[in-house]
Design a protein around this ligand. Sequence first.
Ligand SMILES: Nc1ncnc2c1ncn2[C@@H]1O[C@H](COP(=O)(O)OP(=O)(O)O)[C@@H](O)[C@H]1O
Ligand SMILES: [Mg+2]
Length: 382
Amino acid sequence: MSMPGNAGEFIGTKYGYDVFIPNPLPPDINYDEELQLLLSKADGALARLDGVTEVLPNPDLFVAMYVKKEALLSAQIEGTEVSLKGVLEFEANIKPKEDIADIREVINYIEAMHYGMEMLENNPLDLNLIHGAHKILIAQTRGSDKQPGRYKTAQNYLGMPGCTIYDASFIPPPPERVEDLMKSLETFIQAKDNIPTLIKIALIHSQFETIHPYLDGNGRMGRLLISYYLYWKKILSKPLLYLSFYLKKNKSEYSECLNGIRYDNNWEAWLKFFLKGVIETSENALHSAREIIALKEKTIEKLILFKAGGINAVKLIDHLFEDPTISVKEVSELLNVSNVTANKLVNRLEEIGILMEFTGKKRYKKYVFTDFVRIIERGTQI
Ligand SMILES: Nc1ncnc2c1ncn2[C@@H]1O[C@H](COP(=O)(O)OP(=O)(O)O)[C@@H](O)[C@H]1O
Ligand SMILES: [Mg+2]
């Protein structure tokens, strides 16, 4: 019999190890003073973040860059070594110097994010969507032998790299229990209850990680779920809350809190850890958004000061806030000017430090809007 608040039970197997079977959500939660305070602070931080998107020059594009950043960090949590530059190079059709398989993982994450958001326009957040996203996430990567879009068919476990199941720090439920447990999670996701949204998201994420339904990609999928839920419930008008930076920075505490749920029924420590992450992350994103706004003004002032390029230059700058990499040919198409004119403008912007060539090639050069990228890439450097 499980007691209220109990996260679940460890069950012995004939192989000698114990697997964990979580109870259905929600547990009984002790909303002590600290938890309440964190919850209201987190709600406030989210609301302030939401407010700033209205004054951003290009909210959708800021979001697009932020999604890249999240994809990068979420993949980095799992040890993928890719930089923002590597991803931008790949997207700009430049052969990246970094491992293409690693970059693929980041690109897949971005695609899975978009897929989810699109699906959520007309569909609920359900298991079908989660499978679809997982399929995209794992496609054509090192994990593609790991059953994309299908539940695990073998027992998985967590622990130090290379450890055996007998030294595992946590052994999730066996494959035959996954379907029921995921159905139960889906029921909770869709239930109309009075649980505060951020608490609900934290519970969903931890339960997903406890079930560990797939052979691989459970961490990334679980973090995507956070974004999906926020988007689905329209908590933010733009999907801008991405916790991977915080989770990467506090990776061992993240793991300890998840284990604290199972071994000590300590939901509160996990929830507090999660809410602190929401606060810190919202504040960071707000700060970046303000920096972007300031950069826009600063860049326009620079154009005026150096008398660089008039209306065409302003148009180009607008575009660079959407997509910070560009070639001369693209400039000429964008502005409908000759190659010579485009080339002149690009050179001028390079001279005054707005653009920087980053391919190191003689032909088919690509330029990057460095000040912009620097704001976004903070925390992703490897
Ligand atoms: N103690 C733990 N229990 C369950 N899940 C954990 C624990 N510690 C970390 N995790 C989650 O497991 C993820 C790793 O699982 P994995 O299936 O390899 O996902 P991915 O391939 O996305 O890295 C981590 O990113 C984290 O989200
Ligand atoms: Mg993995």
